[in-house]
Design a protein around this ligand. Structure first.
Ligand SMILES: [Zn+2]
Length: 255
């Protein structure tokens, strides 16, 4: 059995011993594939280090997070592009729009999102979308680029059934994380109407820890609690959840 965490910031852990503990706990839970979304130029270097240390397990992405978009976003995207020029990356992410933390930057967030979608299309890679309180704004940008080349993951999907179907129709998978284990999220009801063929698993560690660790620092090994929740929703065993969601992740990332 192989489980895949399609979205983890495990590279923020700078203590090598703690990191080794996290990696070991993943392996103990059959979590053998970790995909690393980038945030800004500083974190891109942290991702490199982790991929060099665990090349068979850790896979890099590159991109500028919407909460890191500043007036000089073009320069920072260029720096990130230059940084990964000789490296293997598997997606452009995480990119998107976040109106929870800052509405004043909507214009530049939208522009940075669009520029990075164009980058993904030019290099034929999927995108990993961060969308917080910004569904309409994100869809508006995406629809301008909708074609067979546009694909990827709606990371930390917490929307309703209409939004889920809209994302799937545009060629996206839904990244399901710890929120699905929260009692009042309603995400379990949405998922009960969505085929597993459109789902991938993620922790978004160190954020959004699933029950029973809610409110504590998250780590990739807790993916098992998200996978177990899906066994209840879909009434299939863990091996089946692992098989389908890992197969989906391979289709997206090409590895
Ligand atoms: Zn993230």
């Amino acid at each position: 059995m192989i489980l895949t965490d399609t979205h983890t910031h495990i590279y923020y852990e700078q203590d090598e011993l703690n990191l080794l503990g996290m990696i070991t706990r993943c392996v103990d839970q059959n979590i053998h594939r970790l995909f690393l979304p980038n945030v800004d130029i500083a974190s891109q270097g942290m991702i490199d280090k982790l991929v060099q240390a665990y090349p068979a397990m850790c896979f890099a992405m590159a991109g500028l997070h919407p909460c890191s978009v500043k007036e000089n976003y073009e320069l920072e995207i260029d720096q990130i592009k230059a940084h990964v020029q000789t490296q293997k990356i598997y997606a452009i992410g995480e990119i998107g729009i976040d109106l929870y933390w800052d509405k004043s930057t909507l214009t530049i967030q939208r522009e940075a999102f669009a520029r990075q979608i164009e980058w993904a299309k030019a290099v034929n890679l999927p995108i990993v979308i961060h969308c917080r309180e910004a569904f309409d704004e994100v869809f508006e940008v995406l629809e301008g680029y909708a074609d067979a080349g546009l694909r990827g993951i709606f990371h930390c999907f917490t929307g309703n059934i209409e939004q889920a179907n809209r994302a799937i129709e545009l060629g996206f998978y839904l990244g399901i994380g710890g929120v699905v284990t929260y009692k009042k999220s309603g995400l379990d009801q949405v998922l009960s109407e969505i085929s597993l063929d459109h789902i991938v698993l993620e922790t978004d560690s160190p954020y959004l820890a699933p029950v029973p660790f809610r409110g504590k620092p998250n780590e990739s090994s807790y993916l098992i609690h998200i996978a177990n929740k899906l066994t209840e929703i879909y009434q299939v065993d863990l091996a089946k959840i692992a098989e389908i969601t890992t197969a989906n992740s391979k289709l997206i990332f090409g590895i």
